[in-house]
Design a protein around this ligand. Sequence first.
Ligand SMILES: CC1=C(CCC(=O)O)c2cc3nc(cc4[nH]c(cc5[nH]c(cc1n2)c(C)c5CCC(=O)O)c(CCC(=O)O)c4C)C(CCC(=O)O)=C3C
Ligand SMILES: [Fe+2]
Length: 372
Amino acid sequence: MAISTDDDALAPYDAVLLLSFGGPEAPDEVMPFLRRVTAGRDIPEERLQEVATHYHHFGGRSPINDQNRALLEALQAEIAARGSRIPVLWGNRNSDPFVVDTLRAARAEGLLRLCTVVTSAYSSYSGCRQYREDLAAATEELGVAAADFVIDKIRPYALHPGFVAVNTERLVATVEGLDDLDPATTRLLFVTHSVPEAMDDTSGPGDGDGNLYVEQHLRTAALVTQGLAERSGVTLEQELVFCSRSGSPRTPWLEPDVNDRIEELAGEGVRTVVLAPIGFVSDHMEVVNDLDREARETAERVGVRFARVPTAGTHPLFVEALVDLVHERAAEAREEVVIPAQADAGDVRPSICASGCCPNLRAAKPALCGRD
Ligand SMILES: CC1=C(CCC(=O)O)c2cc3nc(cc4[nH]c(cc5[nH]c(cc1n2)c(C)c5CCC(=O)O)c(CCC(=O)O)c4C)C(CCC(=O)O)=C3C
Ligand SMILES: [Fe+2]
């Protein structure tokens, strides 16, 4: 039996659902995980084998699930500290605990109104709609009517003041830890996951705007750079670069690649690169392999000092920001007037996505938490 949550600080929600990508936790889980991630995608077999070696460098275990276990605990503690008794559940797209199993268990416990927090801050098919499709596929598999099982989600939060603050805090700490910093020969590289150009072109509300994936990164990067200058008095030249390109070599993906750019910058006299992976919320495989191993190696090869800023992780500023967003979403669900917290004066993403936004370019699929 569920407890009555009518007077709970997060009413009308019965639970928060942490929804993430997933990852393997043992060597024999690596290939099944990779096949699941790439099913129906245009990804060459050689690329899969190559990515498998990344996981095997780390004993076949991605750090992402442990990071989500820690985030879940931190969210639970913060939610309780703010006067709510509702539980935090956790489900993944690509590994155990699969979101469908989490939702089945939630229903069995009478948790019928959920607020989802995804571990992706930006608007794009991969980071937003695909998670909404996961929720639709899971509820469909459970054969439950939407009216009997309400699943909402918080809005994309790249421009939430708390997300900007945690990334600023992390960058300030890294920069202040560098000896003999010479801003003139240092480049700040904000890093995110490359996506197909067509995915960026169509990221956003679907009224022809597009390119919101890159736009949000540029806005967050500008605010974080400004925050560094204000906090530390250090002004660095900055730019956005991309990692973890996948797909067919014939398909254009966002560039420049972080490795190519480090090489070029070395030729231009840059002596230190500071990588700030604002595109990710934890130090998972794309960070510890693609940046800490590969990009660091590139930097060493071309004689450039390498520093990597930690991602948000379980920093209290990030945990508080996510819980603020859940409170905001709950107030919205209670039909109260909500003024969304936003770090700049630009576009604020709604928690209920516009019809057709960040479309699936391969196949139209049902998605929850949107108008379509
Ligand atoms: C935008 C974005 C995010 C950030 C938002 C979010 O966090 O959701 C993200 C996160 C992640 N991506 C991850 C892993 C992988 N991504 C792949 C493939 C792809 N990613 C894409 C995009 C993104 N991915 C795309 C467009 C593809 C091509 C195939 C497709 O269209 O889907 C592949 C296939 C092999 C390959 O790399 O070729 C793997 C293994 C992990 C887990 C890390 C760990 O295990 O610790 C995480 C957190
Ligand atoms: Fe990915």
